[in-house]
Design a binder for this molecule. Structure first.
Ligand code: NAP
Length: 335
């Protein structure tokens, strides 16, 4: 095949719906590879909440904004079809930052391209228990939130990809876990499948009041959301607690900065440590995380639900599902 369909960013989107007004699907004839480049036939695309900020004009984010007119960028998993780099031979299964396209063309270093282990029974786990969200959960819970056995760990957006893995990492490390998510169905799944000790439905319950029942307070908070959820957790933190700022999905659709927490005072009053972290800073440590994640996967201690949509033409449907909370677990598109 020498043509490929891809999504192009034409305008900055408004909100988390109606992405078809901002992105359009095109087809191109694939150009010859440049020196050192690799091309893969994308089997699955990862839908990641953080990429929403790349679509905005913000220049103060952790990534520069994607220029209008560019192909939309995202994590891809697929088979190498052409290669100018011997480390990524034709036929290898690879994962890395490519494009929302049928065929992604990448510079391996810029893409963080990796050959993935094909002995894993379900290849999708390279976006699940063995993927970037898992590395994020592992580093965030274990190192940034520094969770110890017996402590209370709270996780927001707990029924999503990163959050459900953070709950399980916390549980596997011996913490008591509180998952905060939208809706009774997600909360039931968190209790019954993910094994949290408490689930809070932030859409229908008073998060601050429910957390107030935790004796001694919340020792560690893995926050994916920011905004009102962070404000509900702050006054319920234990003294000397730790907050790992993983994401601020409540604010990615605004083109400006997210307002600071209204309960900022609690950082001093409770002597909290608050630390942001970003997984590309830890990419070179992947080999160190993988043996433990793989053994947890094999032992059934790290599971992922996949919210799978089919077809490149439906990428925007999947993306909107994820940002509006209709996904359970990891949102992916199978091409
Ligand atoms: N720091 C890093 O390196 C890093 C790496 C990966 C991901 N992340 C962060 O992790 C977070 C989750 O990302 P993901 O890709 O794994 O997506 P995800 O959690 O699978 O999907 C996004 C979830 O966010 C929740 N959500 C959306 N808007 C919300 C709001 N206003 N208030 C509360 N919850 C809201 C929705 O669940 P509900 O139904 O519960 O609302 C939705 O399911 C993001 O903040 C992302 O930036 C950070």
């Amino acid at each position: 095949m020498d043509t490929s369909r891809y999504w192009r960013l034409d305008r900055h989107p408004r909100g988390n719906t109606g992405f078809e007004d901002a992105l359009s699907l095109h087809e191109e004839t694939l150009p010859p590879l440049g020196a050192g480049e690799v091309r893969l036939r994308v089997a699955w695309l990862s839908m990641d909440a953080g990429t929403r900020m790349w679509m905005s004009p913000r220049t103060d984010g952790y990534q520069p904004p994607l220029p209008l007119g560019a192909k939309m960028v995202g994590l891809c998993l697929g088979e190498v079809t052409e290669s100018e780099d011997a480390r990524f031979p034709v036929g290898a299964m690879v994962r890395g930052f490519g494009q929302w396209a049928e065929y992604a063309t990448v510079d391996p270093a810029a893409a963080g391209l990796e050959v993935v282990d094909q002995s894993v029974p379900d290849m999708r786990e390279h976006f699940g228990a063995l993927g970037m969200n898992a590395w994020t959960a592992y580093v965030g819970v274990r190192e940034v939130a520094a969770v110890k056995p017996g402590e209370w760990l709270a996780v927001s957006a707990a029924a999503g990809a990163t959050g459900s893995l953070a709950c399980q990492v916390g549980r596997n490390l011996g913490a008591k876990v509180i998952g905060i998510a939208g809706g009774a169905e997600k909360c039931a799944w968190l209790r019954e499948t993910i094994g949290v000790d408490m689930a809070i439905d932030y859409r229908n319950e008073d998060v601050e009041a429910r957390l107030a029942a935790i004796e001694g307070g919340v020792d560690a908070f893995f926050d994916n959301v920011g905004g009102p959820i962070l404000d509900a957790v702050l006054p319920n933190m234990a003294h000397y607690g730790r907050i790992a700022i993983c994401g601020m999905v409540a604010g990615y659709d605004s083109d400006g900065p997210m307002p600071g927490p209204a309960r900022f005072d609690q950082i001093l009053m409770r002597r909290l440590r608050v630390e942001g972290f970003f997984i590309p800073d830890f990419l070179e440590r992947g080999a160190e995380f993988m043996p433990r994640l793989r053994s947890w996967l094999d032992e059934g201690k790290l599971t992922m639900a996949f919210d799978e949509t089919r077809g490149i033409e439906n990428v925007l449907v999947a993306y909107e599902r994820m940002l509006t909370g209709r996904n359970l677990g990891k949102a992916i598109v199978r091409l």
